[in-house]
Design a protein around this ligand. Structure first.
Ligand SMILES: O=C(O)C(=O)C[C@]1(C(=O)O)C=C[C@@H](O)C=C1
Length: 398
């Protein structure tokens, strides 16, 4: 039977197992022949009927919601592409309301995921978004893409962080997702450096709890003589490797998915990667999670070509090139404090503008269109050589 075809209710009723004495709680002497489900107790049947009713209701509501989302799309006028219908600030507001309303039993993360999927499907009615990410399939970057955009998108696995920037700049991808920092390992410098020259805007952030697994073809740790992984993942699992595989050769590769691909072709090789790589590459998990810190989290940035309006709880990323004069850094930071804006992060990188010239990556709470931020930036202009607004975007949700 193909999915989507309506099953006649009568046919379904015919197939339902006959109620027997066992349904009243007595144990049947002969076990049910293989392939036949055990009789269903009456209380369970009643509960399932309730669930069936709720499912019908949810389905009606989702269909209704999709129709309204379609109308919203039409109200936006005739736009050129799916990307023009996407509104990250509105999605963030919808999801924050979901979190505010949540009284359990499902946790915030689960509910946000479900609502993301609904919005993702609603948006894809126009046309699925094309999202570039650091591939191949099975990487944590791909998981971050799904976490932020849902599954109703067209994912474009790319060879490097640089390529993700290029494909979004060229318009081949609507958005890109790149890792920027890890709670155990710190900043991914290659991502920050791309912003020195790129015109792209940051229009979102994703926080992903990263769980690492040791994967291999046989699933036996005693077979393992070589381990492949990305250098960041090796660093996240350093203590575990020292304890359980001190003698194995550690071979760094470009991505965890590439590690899984290599481990697939030898019995004495393993990969450190996310569990989704096990499914994609047909490997077994020997152990996991094996990261040294249980709160190991990677933050990803969403790259786009335009700045979106405020969502009400935003972060602004700035790139500030400072003048070479006494107290310059102090003058750069003081305006934010004066206007009550909190700074979450500051990182310096060689500015590529001259020897010993530095650029500062600064994250501040608020949106560039906020009055306080506008004033702070005006004051900053006096002391900075150049200020580049990399983006204002909703703070990550669940
Ligand atoms: O509110 C909108 O602008 C919509 O297009 C609807 C909707 C939604 O499903 O709620 C869909 C896609 C947008 O990215 C934001 C929200």
């Amino acid at each position: 039977m193909s999915i989507g075809k309506k099953t006649p209710a009568k046919a379904a009723a015919k197939k339902a197992p006959a109620r027997t004495k066992a349904a009243t709680g007595k144990v049947a002497k002969t076990p049910a022949p293989e392939g036949h489900a055990a009789p269903i107790p009456a209380d369970l049947l009643a509960l399932r009927e309730r669930i069936d009713g709720i499912d019908r209701h949810i389905q009606q509501l989702i269909a209704e919601r999709a129709q309204f989302a379609n109308q919203v799309g039409k109200a936006k006028g005739k736009l050129a592409a799916a990307v023009d219908y996407y509104r990250p600030e509105r999605e963030a507001q919808v999801l924050r309301r979901v979190v505010d309303r949540n009284d359990g039993p499902l946790n915030d993360e689960v509910l946000v995921r479900l609502f993301r999927e609904i919005m993702s499907a609603c948006l894809a009615q126009q046309e699925p978004l094309k999202i570039g990410y650091l591939g191949p399939e099975g990487t944590h970057s791909q998981q971050a893409v799904y976490k932020h955009f849902g599954h109703s998108i067209h994912g474009l696995p790319l060879g490097s962080i640089e390529e993700v920037f290029q494909e979004v700049e060229a318009g081949h991808a609507d958005f890109g997702v790149v890792p920027v920092e890890n709670s155990t390992q710190g900043t991914i410098q290659s991502t920050l450096d791309m912003f020195l020259t790129s015109k792209l805007k940051i229009c979102g952030e994703v926080e992903l709890r990263v769980h690492q697994h040791l994967l291999s073809r046989s699933g036996r740790i005693e077979d393992i003589e070589r381990v492949y992984s990305h250098p960041q993942s090796f660093a996240q699992c350093k203590a575990w490797l020292r304890q359980y595989l001190p003698k194995a050769e550690k071979i760094a590769v470009g991505s965890n998915a590439e590690a899984a691909r290599r481990a697939r072709s030898a019995d004495d090789a393993a990969a450190i990667a996310g569990i989704s790589a096990a499914n994609v590459y047909g490997l077994k998990s020997i152990a996991g999670p094996i990261e040294d810190r249980p709160d190991n989290t990677t933050r990803f940035l969403v790259l786009g070509r335009e700045l979106f309006p405020t969502s009400g709880n935003d972060r602004t990323s700035l790139l500030v090139f400072i003048k070479d004069q006494p107290g310059a850094l102090h003058h750069v930071l003081a305006p934010f404090a004066r206007h009550g804006l909190s700074m979450n992060r500051i990182e310096s990188r060689p500015g590529h503008t001259g020897l010993w010239q530095y650029a500062f990556f600064i994250d501040v709470g608020g949106h560039v269109h906020d009055e306080a931020m506008r004033r702070a930036l005006d004051e900053l202009d006096e002391y900075a050589q150049e200020v580049k607004v990399l983006g204002s975007y909703p703070v990550a949700i669940a």
